[in-house]
Structure formats: structure tokens, C-alpha cells
Design a protein around this ligand. Structure first.
Ligand SMILES: Cc1ncc(COP(=O)(O)O)c(C=O)c1O
Ligand SMILES: [Zn+2]
Length: 414
């Protein structure tokens, strides 16, 4: 039975007086939830692996939910882990695997978090769930709230890809486009609005929803059947993926289900790389930066202060690293993932592959090592990123001669 053991501040150790607050009363840090897992055994994990339920909820005992009846699931989880042989050969990483999270219900990794976050909201009888987002979280919160019968309000910065706004709106969310940038004006308005209206917060400042991405560790352990990746590379914005994945791996170590953990890599866009900067300079906390424009819109976050320090600690504990890639490298990786592995990802998601390539080139990743790149968002989220020549849209005459001519003039559209 999944249940909460403690809600405490990992910074100052303070134990929260109530289970429904997210911020430390002493130091204002974000609280962390601990689930009671001491009683779980390796055998229990094996039983979960065999469950007919293929969603993340087969790992129910690892999540901070009391009652199974509160689960809000759209079948998220168990996304394919593909040995991408052609891409592997191109990058010189024969054991390259791609974790295809583009196949989650709303097309991004956010569903791992929000299935847990909105289930908790349902358990608590929440009326309105809110999030501020560069797009993917908005769609995800909106979808899960719709399934739960909870109202949703999402705030996105001006300039967010129309396809993302449309998706959140389609699920019935109230979408507020705010004139300002994500890290400053949008963040300030969002914070004040949470206070003013008492909405349920679905950001990474919600310790319950953050537990959802632990499922990466459980799924990889299941799918690799005892093998442990040498490296897992994750496109990183706020740092929840890195931090939660590490927590999941540590839980599996404590159960004895695995005998070592992977080295984790935070991949960021050069235009918004505060975690990389803090990692490289040896800081224990993240200094905000001003995020510049990047094709990796979904991870264009310059100020991940709430849990960034925990991601840094996870990178160091795992003996991993953090690396930034530029837009040219990101777009090349996006194109290669599509044309060599058959998976269409948004640019932000391609940062993991761009980073793996760089780490292989520098020798940090060894040739025979097993590398998993998380592909965290679908290419259709941001179709504008793909430049297609006018010619591709120009019709040909319906004749074999015209067809021959078009084919011989080249068909590449990327
Ligand atoms: C496509 C995509 N990849 C990765 C992330 C990374 O998020 P985090 O660092 O919080 O795991 C996000 C969200 O911000 C995203 O939308
Ligand atoms: Zn504290």
C-alpha cells in the first residue's frame, strides 16, 4: 500500500506540520516526500514487473498515494526502450538505447509526473490544478485534470508554440498567455496567483508530482532485465528528471534489485544551461541565468532554483556529468533520430542524443558502454522547428515523367 512516510525539508531537515504544504516553513525550500518502502523486497519488485498493468501504476507502492481508487491514469509508462542500431553505428556507440517517451499519452515526459500529481489532487479533493509551462506540462496537466474532473489553469509565456497551446486548450484548460518571459514575469504572476486563488500547484515545486519520474529507473531496470545502463542522458530544464531518476535508482539499490546505478547526464541547451554552469564551477546550488532563444523551447529555463540543487547532487553522487549543446548540434541530432531511428522528437528531446554524441567524441563515454538517451517530447509538439523546402509542397503534374523528375531532383525535406 503506497503511503507517505514523511514530508520534510531536504535542506534544513524540518518536518512539515501538514501533508498538504509544499514549502518549508523554516527555510522556504521545497519539501521532499518519502514513501514507506522499507518493507518492500526484491521479490515485490519482481512481482510488480510481472503485473498486467503496464502503466506506471504497477509501481504503486513507490508512489505517495494512499488509495488505488484515486489513480488517474491514461496508460502512461512502459514506453519502448529501443536499441537504435543505425543511429548507434553513426554515433560510434554500439549499445545506444532510446527511451521513447514521445509515446506517452500527451506526447511528453510530463505525463509521468502529472499522473501522480493529479492522482494526489484527486485524493485530496482538489477543485483547480494549475501550472506554468513552456508548453508540455500545460498539455499534460490539462489532460490528467480532464480525466479526473478537475479544472485546470495553465500559464504560458508569449511565443509558446501554437501547437502546444492548442493541445492544452483541447483538453479543456483555461490557457493564459502571459506577456513576459518564463523565468520572470510568468513565474512571478504564477506564484502570486497560487497564493491568491489557492490552486493546486503542478510545478516541480510539488513534491508529490515529482515522484512520478522515478518510474524511469523502474522501467529501465525491468526492460534491461538486470543490466544497468552505464549512462542515462536526460534533456534537462528544472532538473526533476535527473533528481527523481536518481532517487528511483537508489530505491532499487536498497531493495537489491540492481547492484549498481548508472551515471546520469544532464543535457541542456547552451542558451539555457544553468545546471551545466553550476556543475562545471563546482557550485552546490544553481545560479539563475538569463535564458536566450533556442530551438529547444521546452527546456528554455534559466532559473530552475527550486530543485536544481538536488539535480546537481544527483549528478555528482552518480559520478555523472552535465553538458551543453548548441542549436546546430540539437537540430542535427533531431534529424538523425528521425532518419536513422524512425522517431520524430522535438528539438528539446534531441539534446540527449546531441550530448551523447559529444561525450562519445570526447572519450567520456567509452565505445562499449550501454547508453540510454531519454527522448522526452514528440516532434509534432513543435513542427515549426522543421524547415521544409517550398518545393516539397508544390504539386507535380499527375504523370510518370513529372514524378521521375521530382524523385531525381531529391526528396530530402529536413
Ligand atoms: C521535452 C522536455 N524534455 C525535458 C524536460 C526536462 O524537464 P526536467 O529537467 O524537469 O526533467 C522538459 C520539461 O521541462 C521537456 O518539456
Ligand atoms: Zn527547510
Amino acid at each position: 500500500m503506497g503511503s507517505v512516510k514523511s514530508l520534510h525539508c531536504p535542506k534544513c531537515g524540518h518536518e512539515a506540520g501538514s501533508r498538504t504544504i509544499f514549502q518549508c516553513a523554516e527555510c522556504r525550500g521545497i519539501l521532499e516526500v518519502q514513501v514507506k518502502i522499507d518493507h518492500l523486497t526484491r521479490g515485490d519488485f519482481e512481482a510488480m514487473r510481472r503485473s498486467r498493468d503496464r502503466s506506471i501504476w504497477r509501481w504503486f507502492d513507490f508512489f505517495p498515494l494512499e488509495k488505488r481508487s484515486a489513480i488517474v491514469s491514461l496508460g502512461e509508462g512502459d514506453t519502448p526502450l529501443i536499441h537504435a542500431r543505425r543511429l548507434a553505428e553513426k554515433l560510434g556507440i554500439p549499445n545506444l538505447y532510446l527511451k521513447n517517451d514521445t509515446l506517452l499519452p500527451t506526447g511528453s515526459l510530463k505525463d509521468r509526473s502529472n499522473s501522480v500529481g493529479i492522482s494526489v489532487a484527486r485524493e485530496w479533493g482538489v477543485k483547480t490544478a494549475a501550472v506554468m509551462s513552456t508548453g508540455n506540462a500545460a498539455a499534460s496537466v490539462a489532460a490528467y485534470a480532464a480525466a479526473a474532473g478537475i479544472e485546470s489553469i495553465v500559464m504560458v509565456p508569449a511565443g509558446t508554440a501554437p501547437s502546444k497551446i492548442v493541445q492544452a486548450r483541447a483538453y479543456g484548460a483555461t490557457v493564459i498567455v502571459v506577456d513576459g518571459d518564463f523565468d520572470n514575469e510568468v513565474a512571478q504572476l504564477y506564484k502570486s496567483a497560487l497564493k491568491e486563488f489557492g490552486w493546486y500547484d503542478c510545478l516541480s515545486s510539488n513534491p508529490y508530482r515529482d515522484e512520478g519520474k522515478k518510474s524511469y529507473a523502474y522501467e529501465m531496470a525491468d526492460q534491461l532485465d538486470g543490466r544497468v545502463p552505464d549512462w542515462v542522458v536526460h534533456p534537462t530544464a528544472g532538473g526533476t528528471g535527473i533528481y527523481a531518476m536518481w532517487k528511483g535508482y537508489k530505491e532499487l539499490l536498497s531493495l537489491g534489485s540492481i547492484d549498481r546505478a548508472p551515471r546520469l547526464v544532464a543535457a541542456q541547451s547552451e542558451a539555457a544551461a544553468p545546471i551545466v554552469a553550476a556543475f562545471e564551477t563546482g557550485l552546490s546550488d544553481v545560479e539563475p541565468v538569463i535564458a536566450r532563444e533556442t530551438v529547444a523551447e521546452s527546456i528554455q529555463v534559466g532559473n530552475p532554483v527550486s530543485i536544481g540543487w538536488r539535480a546537481l547532487a544527483a549528478l555528482r553522487e552518480s559520478n555523472g556529468t552535465a553538458i551543453a549543446v548548441n542549436d546546430t548540434e540539437i537540430l542535427r541530432a533531431q534529424s538523425q533520430v528521425a532518419s536513422l531511428a524512425g522517431i520524430f522528437v522535438e528539438p528539446a528531446a534531441a539534446t540527449s542524443v546531441a550530448a551523447a554524441r559529444k561525450l562519445r567524441e570526447s572519450g567520456a563515454i567509452g565505445k562499449g558502454e550501454l547508453v540510454v538517451c531519454n527522448l522526452t517530447g514528440h516532434g509534432l509538439k513543435q513542427p515549426e522547428a522543421i524547415r521544409i523546402s517550398e518545393k516539397a509542397f508544390t504539386p507535380i503534374a499527375p504523370t510518370l515523367d513529372a514524378l521521375r523528375e521530382r524523385i531525381s531532383s531529391g526528396s530530402s525535406v529536413l
